[in-house]
Write a protein that binds this ligand. Structure first.
Ligand SMILES: *Cc1c(COP(=O)(O)O)cnc(C)c1O
Length: 364
């Protein structure tokens, strides 16, 4: 819904395409599933599909219904179901719509074998648990999986795993080793790398990479910024100042009075709160930009508003533009910095963008 309340999320298809191409430049010999689960990390599944359909080698989603909708909208690339099938109906959709499905446990594999009439080859990503301990076959269950798979006359298998610490100090060596041991003399297709591994671990690029967060312009690393990686922000959250208060020393701001002025200061009240998706846990001092200048939030974030320090921005007043995160007319604030201040990651901020925030397509 278009509203006159000034908050907006601007989504940049050009940034998504730029970031996809960057992923491909890092993994030039691999094909890439553009990961568009969770409504493309809050950016809008269809906006991401429109931005990338001319170039993406494939798309990865969670829900079978979404995959079918993509096919019905004319997407011809491979479409991967990241958690696989949940029902016999999903199996029929996999066959009918030529979807690629993860198979991560024997129950799921049996569902597939029982449910399908396989007159065409079925594409399966067989997921191995190499240390994340979330989904996947282990060395103990994998032989049974291979045996069961033989019941499907034509099956096109990719071996897949997911790294738990591709962004961290321990890296991927342990998981990669386990993967190779489990894969044995497998010389078919493999898919291993998320954004962090695409950017940092070229030895794990394999045949299909799976970029997610990097498509949306955020860094998977705590210590390396998106700008340093050459990524462009695909989401900008912006609003305006709707109130101004002059504080004297000792005045408090917001619920709980968690911030008190140490000197006379001027604050602006921004039309953005946790009901818009801004993290309530963002403390005083979280970066924010007003009229092209970076400043800090003050006090607790409330449902519909938050406050920021305008002491050094005397020209700012009611109506002045504010960038909460991203790159907007009011300046640039990396979502990663807001997330770090709030003790979380940009993935969560993007996914939490509230439905009440009007979205516009914009080149920033
Ligand atoms: C979400 C997801 C990805 C993408 O991860 P990013 O860290 O966002 O790049 C890749 N693979 C699997 C299996 C996923 O679930």
């Amino acid at each position: 819904m278009k509203t006159s309340r000034p908050i907006r999320a601007l989504i940049s298809p050009a940034a998504m395409l730029h970031n996809y191409r960057l992923a491909k430049r890092h993994a030039p010999n691999a094909r890439a599933w553009a990961v568009i689960k969770a409504n493309a990390y809050g950016h809008g599944q269809w906006r991401a599909v429109e931005a990338l359909r001319g170039e993406a080698d494939g798309f990865a989603v969670l829900e079978c219904e979404n995959a079918v909708a993509l096919r019905e909208a004319g997407v011809t690339q491979p479409i991967l179901l990241l958690e696989g099938i949940f029902s016999a109906r999903d199996v029929r959709a996999v066959v009918e719509y030529r979807l690629t499905t993860v198979i991560h446990c024997l129950e799921q594999l049996e569902l597939l074998v029982r449910g399908g009439r396989f007159d065409a080859p079925v594409a399966v990503c067989l997921k191995l648990n190499t240390g994340m301990n979330r989904l996947g076959f282990t060395a103990l269950t994998l032989p049974k999986a291979w045996e069961t798979l033989r019941q499907i006359p034509q099956v096109d298998v990719t071996l897949m795993t997911h790294f738990a610490e591709a962004d961290g100090e321990r890296g991927i060596d342990g998981q990669l080793e386990r993967f190779q041991t489990m894969a044995g003399d497998w010389n078919g297709s493999v898919s291993l790398a998320n954004s962090a591994a695409i950017l940092r671990h070229p030895q794990a690029h394999g045949d299909w990479v799976r970029p997610g967060i990097m498509l949306y312009g955020s860094s998977p690393f705590a210590e390396q910024s998106a700008a340093e990686l050459g990524l462009q922000p695909a989401m900008t959250l912006e609003s305006r100042i709707i109130g101004v208060q002059e504080l004297v020393t000792g005045d408090r701001v917001g619920y709980g009075g968690t911030f008190s002025a140490e000197r006379p200061m001027r604050i602006g009240v921004v039309a953005c709160g946790y009901a818009d998706g801004y993290p309530r846990h963002a403390p005083s001092g979280t970066p924010i930009a007003v009229m092209g200048q970076r400043t800090r939030t003050v006090g607790r974030v409330s449902m519909d508003m938050l406050a920021c320090d305008l002491s050094a921005i005397p020209e700012a007043g009611i109506g002045s533009p504010v960038t909460l995160w991203g790159r907007g007319i009011a300046g640039e604030v990396p979502a990663d910095e807001v997330a770090a201040a709030a003790g979380t990651i940009a993935y969560e901020l993007f996914c939490a963008l509230a439905p009440r925030v009007p979205v516009e397509i914009g080149e920033i």
